[in-house]
Design a protein around this ligand. Structure first.
Ligand code: S3P
Length: 178
């Protein structure tokens, strides 16, 4: 089952505000791994913010950039990869990540997500007249994809540090093999 997979990276997936970046940084520190964030790489390459990319080129262009990046990252080792919230919705992206990473999903309820993101303005998909409804709808659509992760961690009642410890623990278990 695991024979066609490498576990020398960790990919964090999950909805906006699930804590991928803050948890990812701590996990990387803990395991002495590199850390990278697909949104940051895309922004650096484009020389524009995600919001600008969405506004000028449209979401499909952004999704293509994500898909290309997933393929490129196959060369990575000992890296925590934090992914944009919509990236695993493309089954090829999820399948790609699974070939070279343990895929960990950070989960939170729509209410918690809203509490975490309501004062932030950089996410184009939440520039909506009713962002709370948008979060509920998007999360419901994406749940089946997020659930395909190797490990699902509910972040609701745990601190960032506890979630990071859990991720590192699961990684060590998987990396050790059966
Ligand atoms: C998106 C999530 C964002 C970013 C873009 C689209 C999404 O990343 O990739 O705004 O579709 O959920 P974060 O999950 O890091 O906020």
């Amino acid at each position: 089952m695991h024979s066609d997979r490498r576990f020398d990276n960790i990919a964090l997936i999950g909805f906006m505000g699930a804590g991928k970046s803050s948890v990812g940084h701590l996990v990387a520190e803990h395991l002495h791994f590199d850390y990278l964030d697909t949104d940051e790489i895309i922004q650096a390459r484009a020389g524009r913010s995600i919001a600008e990319i969405f506004a000028t080129d449209g979401e499909p262009t952004f999704r293509k950039m994500e898909a290309e990046l997933v393929k490129e990252l196959a060369t990575r080792a000992r890296t925590v990869i934090s992914t944009g919230g919509g990236l695993p919705v493309d089954p090829e992206n999820l399948a790609g990540l699974r070939t070279y990473a343990l895929v960990v999903c950070l989960w939170a309820s729509p209410e918690t997500i809203w509490e975490r993101v309501k004062h932030q303005t950089h996410r184009p998909l939440l520039h909506d007249p009713d962002p709370q409804r948008k979060i509920r709808e998007l999360l419901a659509k994406r749940e089946p994809f997020y659930r395909q992760a190797d490990v699902l961690i509910n972040t609701e009642l745990r601190s960032v540090r506890e979630v990071a410890q859990q991720v590192a623990h699961q990684f060590r278990l998987e990396a050790a093999g059966p």
